[in-house]
Design a binder for this molecule. Structure first.
Ligand code: HMG
Ligand code: MG
Length: 301
């Protein structure tokens, strides 16, 4: 028996755009986020307060947050790597602060220039201060299913980082298949362990679709009672510090599957497809979403 309702967490404006070579203008980002806000999505990760030198595509984070039209009922979130990022996030008045780190040491160091232990020390006051300012907080663990530098990642390492993040006070944990190497049996093994420690209601899954296994992994997660999934419109995305990583599962592909299964999300497929097509034109190349390409071809079932 699958859950009746699923919360789709749109990460396209952050995970999707962070790897883009061409700079999408602030006005276009704002327009796109406003369109996404009108699709029925209730959670959108819209930017990242990381160092602009590391992620130039999102250098306009403060402006983007200040300029969007905030739709009541929608949570607007952003990545925050450290105290400096938090100050920018508070200045912009983002709703939710998402801290992030990796289960594998090498990816953590390449991505945020700190060891895992150093990162715990950096993030703890960030989470506390965000909460003291009335923000909800999310933690990401990357490389849960495999690391581009160390290959296999042990479940003990995933548990260690997850426990530290929850102990800091995060409200929710997102488990990242950063390089899209996971498979459904691995999903079962990992969730079997994590669900004995943390409730399903505090876990989200974040699958990149590099090798085409994202929907299968989502189905395995649904089967185990997970009700929150990250996805990116049009299948945009990737981590610049994970070579070869490609986009998140496309939100509209996931939505199609959930709609057909009779699982409620509150998201309108036509509006989502329109927002996908809009950003595809801005990015200027064909994006991986299957449902977008089907819609463009005018196919009807
Ligand atoms: P660092 O160079 O070690 O930073 O970078 P630092 O603390 O040594 O500071 C150096 C200078 O940078 C200082 O300025 C700071 O003020 C400034 P100076 O005093 O020299 O003039 N600085 C900042 N400026 C603006 N905003 C900031 C900031 N922090 C420091 N936040 C840092 C460390 C973490 C900042 C850097 O490594 C960084 O920005 N990394 C970002 C990497 C990134 O965004 N990766 C992609 C996101 S993670 C992901 O995609 C995975 C995920 O999707 C889940 C999954 O798929 O698995 C979430
Ligand atoms: Mg990601």
């Amino acid at each position: 028996k699958f859950p009746n309702n699923i919360l789709l967490k749109e990460v396209g404006p952050r995970d999707g755009l962070q790897n883009e070579k061409s700079f999408i203008s602030t006005e276009d980002k704002v327009e796109w986020i406003n369109r996404l806000s009108d699709t029925g999505l209730s959670y959108i990760e819209i930017t990242s307060f990381v160092h602009p030198k590391w992620i130039p595509a999102l250098a306009d984070a403060v402006d983007v947050v200040k300029k969007i039209k905030r739709k009541p009922g929608v949570t607007y979130a952003a990545l925050v790597p450290n105290e400096k990022g938090l100050q920018r996030a508070l200045e912009a008045d983002i709703d939710e602060v998402s801290v992030f780190m990796s289960a594998s040491e090498t990816h953590n160091q390449k991505n945020i220039n700190k060891t895992i232990d150093e990162t715990f020390k950096v993030l703890r006051p960030v989470v506390q201060e965000a909460k003291a300012n009335g923000k909800t907080t999310r933690g990401y663990v990357s490389t849960v299913f495999g690391c581009p530098y160390e290959q296999d990642v042990s479940i003990e390492d995933v548990i260690k980082v997850s426990e530290h993040l929850f102990e800091m006070g995060i409200d929710e944990l997102s488990l990242g298949d950063t390089i899209g190497v996971g498979n459904p049996a691995q999903v079962q093994r990992i969730l079997d362990e994590l669900l004995t420690r943390f409730p399903a209601s505090q876990l989200a899954m974040h699958f990149h679709d590099t090798r085409g296994t994202a929907l299968a992994n989502i189905l395995a997660s649904l089967d185990m009672g997970i009700t929150k999934f990250d996805a990116a419109v049009a299948g945009l995305g990737g981590c610049p510090y994970a070579p070869g990583a490609s986009g998140n599962v496309a939100t509209e592909d996931l939505l199609y599957m959930l709609d057909e299964m009779g699982i409620e999300t509150g998201v309108n497929q036509d509006r989502l497809l329109a927002a996908a097509q809009w950003i595809e034109e801005k990015v200027g190349r064909t994006l991986p979403s299957r449902n977008l390409q089907v819609a463009k071809a005018g196919c009807q079932t």
